[in-house]
Design a protein around this ligand. Structure first.
Ligand code: AMP
Length: 391
């Protein structure tokens, strides 16, 4: 593991800098979905229970290094107070004097860290300044851990540091899924393009027993094998890379599962019903928008034989009915196996979480990561600077 948790820290009488992800959606100044705030609550509660005073550091939106009033964290004070059940003191320009003047169990919120250009530059001066505000650093923002910024990485080197509850939960779940999984291990990778997920595919080839490839990515692989994909989204210039991946998988004992039947359509749009054909029968003037029922059956067999599954990306254009069929049917199978205690299932990424919510399976995975980019980089086998700095 290499990092400490809140349980390892003495926080009595300490000012604890907590990096959180409270980048929640706002409409007319009101928080429309407070989930991210709620998920930080255990960390805030436990710091106070151990006698510490949490000082929240967070970004909000992309202000690009200058103050933008619409991105002020002051707007989140009421939602934070609701979630934490206590007063939250907002401070635009914090100083150690100001912080020391607050009650020993005060919850303090510092203005958007990205209002300074020094945050994203990971400027040592900003890290030093942040460190001067507290006695201990706690990172609870896994979703920002792939960025080496002053509040996520720089400051961690300057104070005794630990992971917050949400960060520890994420890291624990991810370790179980890919670090030290029960086998067989299946990865499902879907989505639009191979080119954006090359690092992901190579890392997964080394680690998984089965690799299910779906979505636009599958078209690229099919085309590379000489299959006609008509007008489908496919990256024909990636053919050599796709063939290399297939050869590597063979050598490494990882079985790749590609569609054996497909839904075809003359246009990229929703339809009353889907037309399914064998994968070798895509007409020149049609496109592939989903995998078919025989492919789903094959994937279900693999899932049923697996002990662990990790998923990023849909199998088809799930936003356009009926082309959500393969993704939904696969999610039903993952939910059933997980519910029966036969599968550890982990998913992450914006589109993936949207597809899972849409299929009504938000509570049926062993773990759904709150992080998009950080989840993907972790799945790619990359070191996350915000996590490494806690070690
Ligand atoms: P990504 O962000 O790479 O995970 O890609 C997700 C997107 O891939 C979703 O918006 C899907 O609609 C899209 N997608 C999935 N399958 C296909 C396909 N066969 N053709 C075009 N786009 C697809």
């Amino acid at each position: 593991m290499g990092w400490k948790s809140l349980d390892d820290m003495d926080l009595a009488g300490k000012r604890v800098l907590v990096r959180v992800d409270i980048n929640v959606p706002l409409k007319d100044g009101k928080v429309t979905d407070a989930s991210r705030i709620e998920r930080t609550t255990p960390t805030i509660r436990d710091i106070r229970a151990k006698g510490g005073s949490p000082i929240l550091l967070a970004h909000f939106g992309r202000p690009k290094g200058k103050p933008v009033p619409e991105m002020s964290l002051s707007q989140l004070v009421p939602a934070l107070e609701d979630a934490f059940g206590t007063e939250v003191i907002f401070v635009e320009r914090p100083s150690r004097e100001f912080i020391d003047a607050q009650a020993p169990d005060a919850v303090i919120l510092v203005e958007n860290t990205r209002f300074s250009p020094m945050e994203e530059a990971n400027d040592p001066q900003m890290a030093q300044f942040l460190a001067s505000l507290g006695d201990v650093y706690c990172n609870d923002a896994f979703s920002a851990a792939h960025r080496a910024h002053a509040s996520t990485e720089g400051v961690a080197h300057l104070l005794p540091s630990c992971a917050g509850r949400l960060m520890a939960e994420e890291l624990g779940a991810l370790e179980k899924a890919l670090g030290n999984p029960e086998r067989p291990l299946t990865a499902v990778v879907g989505g639009a393009k191979v080119s954006t997920k090359l690092d992901l595919l190579s890392n997964l080839l080394d680690k998984t027993d089965y690799l299910v490839i779906g979505g636009g990515m599958a078209n690229t692989f099919l085309a590379a094998q000489g299959v006609n994909v008509g007008t489908s989204l496919a990256e024909h210039d990636m053919a050599d890379t796709a063939r290399q991946i297939l050869a590597d998988a063979d050598r490494k004992g990882c079985e790749i599962i590609l569609p054996v039947d497909i839904a075809i359509s003359p246009a990229f749009e929703a339809a009353e019903s889907a037309t399914y054909v064998d994968v070798s029968d895509c007409p020149d003037d049609q496109m592939i928008l989903d995998a078919g029922p025989r492919t789903v059956e094959k994937i279900a067999e693999v899932i049923t034989a697996s002990k662990t599954l990790i998923m990023n990306g849909p199998l088809g254009v799930f936003e356009l009915p009926p082309y959500h069929m393969a993704t939904s049917a696969m999610l039903d199978c993952i939910a059933e196996q997980t519910g029966a205690g036969d599968l550890i299932s982990v998913a992450g990424g914006g589109d993936t979480v949207a597809a899972i919510n849409k299929a009504g399976h938000a509570d049926d995975f062993s773990y759904i990561s709150t992080a998009g980019g950080a989840f993907l980089e972790w799945m790619e086998g990359k070191t996350l600077p915000g996590v490494a700095a806690l070690g």
